[in-house]
Design a protein around this ligand. Structure first.
Ligand code: UDP
Ligand code: MG
Length: 316
């Protein structure tokens, strides 16, 4: 029995690139990779376009290599990939975007490193010059901060495009947390990891990213709050500093009243500042506690990360 590679392809507004993606992946797996079987698991994440219809056509042509899971609504990229990982039965899994920004021709290199004995092979983007500098700066700052705050080492310039061995997939499947930051989960799992460099292509359809600013902020929060408790631990020191500052303001007010009563202006300014200062510190602290509390609530409810509404295709 040849070993099998399962491709996991989350689909959201990708109707125009799916045919091309299927034929490029098919070509790569038949020409450039020898002796391996493959399946493509498309996870349609409540896509509002005609992606499902396009996938029905693709499945009709190539049923033995295609499996389609259609989620009951939009659950988000990380949930869609999670659904794919849960369903995949391959000896290795390759996660890639369905908009052809992750070029299929990189897959043979990922597979080669896997055959060399690596369990996780990241596809690492070479820095792109046309990428807006502020996004690059923000991303660098974020991953720098995350590395300092958490004990897992999440590599830079790496998205979700990667190969993971079956045993790593088993570990990921056993992690049942609701807020899923897959980059963190894979880093947490450990095993032998390496990277392969590539240039990220522009989107096939020239469309815009479906990662809105809001979704990006959510992902960033999942990384921080899921993999670090330093925001929680920072509260007490911030509170102490705030209290010290207010004590100094109080002392200043008292001394000026004692020694320079003729200069003492009615003290409401200082009072107001102190009240706002302490109040805002408390709000920050409460906000951080609420963040963890909300997450704990999400986890104890044990709601499913995704719901599959429909499945078709013969591939396993
Ligand atoms: N995606 C998804 N659900 C969503 C948003 C995106 O499954 O709610 C998928 C999308 O189909 C694509 C991948 O996630 O395969 C990356 O999305 P996109 O290309 O918009 O993000 P970017 O390339 O800007 O990181
Ligand atoms: Mg993209």
């Amino acid at each position: 029995m040849p070993k099998t590679i399962s491709f996991i392809l989350p689909v959201y507004k990708n109707e125009s690139s799916l045919q091309e993606l299927h034929s490029r992946l098919t070509a790569v797996m038949n020409k450039d990779v020898k002796g391996l079987d493959y399946t493509m698991i498309f996870v349609v994440d409540g896509s509002p376009d005609n992606s499902i219809e396009v996938l029905k056509k693709i499945t009709a042509k190539d049923p033995s290599h295609v499996r389609v899971l259609s989620l009951s609504r939009n659950f988000g990229h990380q949930a869609a990939v999670t659904a794919g990982i849960d369903y995949a039965t391959g000896d290795a899994i390759i996660l890639m975007d369905a908009d052809l920004q992750d070029p299929p021709q990189v897959c043979p290199e990922l597979i080669e490193q896997w055959q060399n004995g690596y369990d996780v092979v990241y596809a690492q983007r070479r820095p792109r010059k046309d990428y807006p500098w502020f996004r690059r700066m923000l991303s660098d700052m974020y991953y720098g901060a995350l590395a300092k705050m958490s004990s897992v080492d999440i590599p830079r310039n790496v998205g979700d495009f990667r190969l993971i061995d079956k045993k790593v997939a088993d570990v990921i499947r056993s992690m049942k947390e609701y807020h899923r930051f897959l980059r963190g989960l894979v880093a947490y799992a450990g095993f032998k990891q390496t990277a392969v460099e590539f240039d990220r292509d522009p989107r096939f359809d020239d469309g815009k990213t479906s990662y809105s600013f809001k979704k990006l902020v959510q992902l960033a929060k999942d990384g921080i709050f899921g993999f670090s408790d330093s925001p929680l631990r920072l509260l007490a020191p911030i509170g102490v500093v705030g209290a010290l500052l207010s004590a100094m303001v109080g002392l200043h007010a008292f001394l000026s009243w004692l020694f320079w009563p003729q200069l003492a202006i009615p003290g409401w300014g200082a009072v107001i500042i102190a009240v706002f200062f302490v109040g805002s510190l408390q709000l920050i602290a409460l906000g951080v506690v609420a963040e963890y509390l909300g997450r704990t609530y999400d986890e104890v409810r044990r709601r499913p990360t995704y719901i599959v509404a429909e499945e078709f295709g013969d591939a396993k």
